[in-house]
Design a binder for this molecule. Structure first.
Ligand SMILES: Cc1ncc(COP(=O)(O)O)c(C=O)c1O
Length: 450
């Protein structure tokens, strides 16, 4: 953007990159060694997208901090992109999962923890019936399958620049108003243009028009968008979304995998949403792979009649390790002792402190930037006004500046969520962690001559 001197930015980035390489010799050596056994030197392809010349290799994490193989300690504001929102190795979880591992991890039979978890999920989120999957991606896939089976419609509707995991049908965006495969979509099994309608978030006229033909099985939505930055719904948007989906016989799937940051019952409880299906993964078991999807009474009634018993293992839903004893034990203790109202009451004010710190720096330097927050998640934007939808948000992405801010922070012991400028607060994050971020953010702005 014009307020940033691009030449200076490139020069400063180069300096930070050199500093990173010089101070991370052990990570560099591991990355070089890994080239021979791991595709691109990492166990999962996204790990090459961090701002440093190579990823930092981790040794251990405790609470809101982790250490790398070069002995650097970091304040973790990424928290495994929400998978570790509970903090790393939270004490109560350690005890419960260690006990469970000693008593067996997976049986393809239920444990009592499953019943406790189902009851607690109903108490928090309102839906009466629950199923367990391994990841939020899987939970979304299963919810979509159920929605298509029940409604006998094959299209789904998503919002432009949403993210719901690696779910084939969701890899579509709008280009000049036309639905196209999302940039980067690798080897899709079905062209998402055939399966998916895409509209902008907060656009009720587009929603009415897209659902009017009655061919959409489900709207899959985050209640507030978080994956192209935080985008809040307009006042009254959710009421209208619910009315229009009901009127057109379209199911509403609310994915709270990230928006659980709103509070212990997610956005759904905080704002009284009434989804037909509900999904949450990532932090629900403190990072042990697990996710759940919930079904309303009516969806459950219609779902029960879908598959005869003899075909229950071939209906495309579930998995051998889904609902395993370890995942359920981890979910139980996470819900009981970590994602508690008391912890949220600590985390949310810390996110407000983050927001205020960044806003102060922005004001000091008269930058046309803003900060948005949802519960214990906050994010800054290099634009003067909040984006109203994914298209506007995507247009505001400044990859070079993002990379610089991330690398600058990393070199000073702070890890931000990759792919955007997001910070998440765990129960273990402290005021001094937040203030350290504010100081480093100020230094980064100053380094760009502002
Ligand atoms: C809203 C939302 N849903 C689902 C997912 C998929 O989670 P996972 O990658 O753990 O399957 C993500 C991942 O970022 C997400 O942000």
């Amino acid at each position: 953007m014009s307020i940033i001197d691009r030449g200076l930015l490139a020069q400063q980035f180069e300096m930070e990159q050199q500093r990173f390489v010089e101070t991370h010799p052990c990570s560099r050596a591991l990355f070089q060694r890994a080239q021979k056994s791991l595709l691109a030197g990492v166990p999962m392809s996204w790990m090459v997208k961090w701002a440093g010349a190579f990823p930092v290799f981790v040794t251990e994490g405790h609470g809101a901090h982790f250490t790398d193989v070069d002995g650097h300690e970091y304040i973790d504001l990424c928290l495994g992109d929400t998978g570790a929102m509970t903090g790393h190795a939270p004490e109560p979880v350690l005890e419960a999962i260690t006990n469970r591992i000693r008593s067996g991890v997976t049986f393809m039979l239920p444990t009592e923890d499953a019943v406790w978890v189902g009851e607690e999920l109903t108490r928090r989120f309102g839906l009466p019936y629950w199923q367990v999957a391994m990841t939020a991606t899987d939970a979304n896939r299963f919810a979509l399958r159920l929605a298509r089976a029940i409604t006998r419609r094959h299209k789904i509707l998503i919002f432009n620049y949403c993210y719901h995991g690696t779910v084939d049908e969701t890899f579509a965006t709008l280009h000049d108003g036309v639905v196209s495969s999302r940039s980067g979509n690798l080897g899709p099994q079905v062209n998402p243009v055939e399966t998916t309608k895409v509209i902008e978030f907060n656009d009720l006229a587009a929603l009415e028009a897209a659902l009017a033909p009655g061919d959409v099985a489900a709207v899959l939505a985050e209640p507030a968008m978080t994956n192209i930055g935080i985008i809040h719904p307009d006042a009254g948007y959710h009421t209208a979304l619910r009315e229009i989906t009901r009127k057109t016989g379209t199911l509403l799937i609310i994915d709270e995998t990230h928006t659980i940051c709103t509070g212990p019952g997610g956005y759904t409880q905080a704002f009284g949403l009434q989804p037909d299906l509900f999904v949450i993964g990532k932090p629900i078991a403190s990072g042990i792979p697990a996710a759940v999807y919930g079904l309303s009474e009516e969806v459950a009634d219609r779902a029960r009649t879908q598959t005869p018993l003899e075909d229950i293992d071939t209906n495309g839903i579930g998995g051998t390790l889904s609902g395993n004893a370890l995942a359920l034990a981890a979910m139980r203790v996470t819900l009981e002792k970590v994602l508690t109202p008391e912890n949220f009451a600590r985390m949310i004010p810390l996110a407000e402190r983050f927001e205020l710190g960044v806003m102060t720096v922005i004001a000091e330097h008269q930058l046309p930037w803003i900060v948005k927050r949802l519960g214990c998640r906050a994010e800054y934007w290099f634009r003067p006004t909040p984006p109203h939808n994914g298209g506007e948000a995507a247009a505001a992405v400044d990859f070079e500046l993002d990379q610089y801010m991330h690398l600058f922070a990393l070199n000073r012991g702070l890890l931000l969520t990759p792919f955007h400028n997001m910070a998440l607060i765990s129960p273990y994050t402290s005021e001094s962690d937040i203030d350290r971020h504010t100081d480093v953010f100020r230094e980064a702005v100053q380094s760009l001559g502002r």
